[in-house]
Design a protein around this ligand. Structure first.
Ligand code: CO
Length: 134
C-alpha cells in the first residue's frame, strides 16, 4: 500500500496577484497554468502543475465557506488532496466506517474530478480531500 498526493489547496485573496507570485517562487511559466471556475463551490482555481499540483483558490462568493475561511484564517494552506481509486464511494464508506467525519454523503464534482472532504478535526487539523483518478 502506498498513497498519492494529488494536490495542495492554497487559499488566496486574488489569483491575479498570487499566480505570478507562485510562478516566480517555484519557477514555472504562467502560460502553463490551468484555470477552472467551480460555481458550485463558490471558487475560481488556478492549477500549477509539477510533480504534484498547487491549486490556488480564490473565493467568488462573498458569503461562502471559502470566503469566511479566508476572512478568519487569512491566505495559506487550505487542504491536502489524496487520490483514491474508483469508485470513490468505497473510500468514503471506508473512512466513515473507521470514524472519520466525512463532510458529504456522496462524492461531488470538483474542478478535476469527483471528490469528497473530511473534516480537519478528524484528520490532524488539516481539511483533507480525496479525488477519484484512474
Ligand atoms: Co482541491
Amino acid at each position: 500500500m502506498s498513497f498519492h498526493l494529488d494536490h495542495l489547496g492554497i487559499l488566496v485573496h486574488s489569483l491575479a496577484e498570487s499566480v505570478p507570485l507562485y510562478c516566480a517562487l517555484i519557477g514555472i511559466d504562467p502560460g502553463t497554468v490551468e484555470y477552472h471556475d467551480v460555481p458550485s463551490e463558490g471558487v475560481r482555481v488556478a492549477m500549477l502543475k509539477g510533480n504534484t499540483t498547487l491549486e490556488l483558490l480564490e473565493p467568488t462568493e462573498p458569503d461562502g465557506a471559502l470566503a469566511r475561511f479566508l476572512e478568519k484564517r487569512g491566505p495559506g494552506l487550505h487542504h491536502l488532496t489524496y487520490r483514491a481509486p474508483a469508485p470513490l464511494e468505497d473510500k468514503l464508506a471506508e473512512l466513515k466506517a473507521a470514524g472519520f467525519e466525512v463532510l458529504s454523503d456522496a462524492p461531488r464534482v470538483g474542478a478535476e474530478g469527483r471528490v469528497f472532504f473530511v473534516h480537519p478535526k478528524s484528520c490532524g487539523g488539516i481539511l483533507t480531500e480525496f479525488i477519484e483518478k484512474d
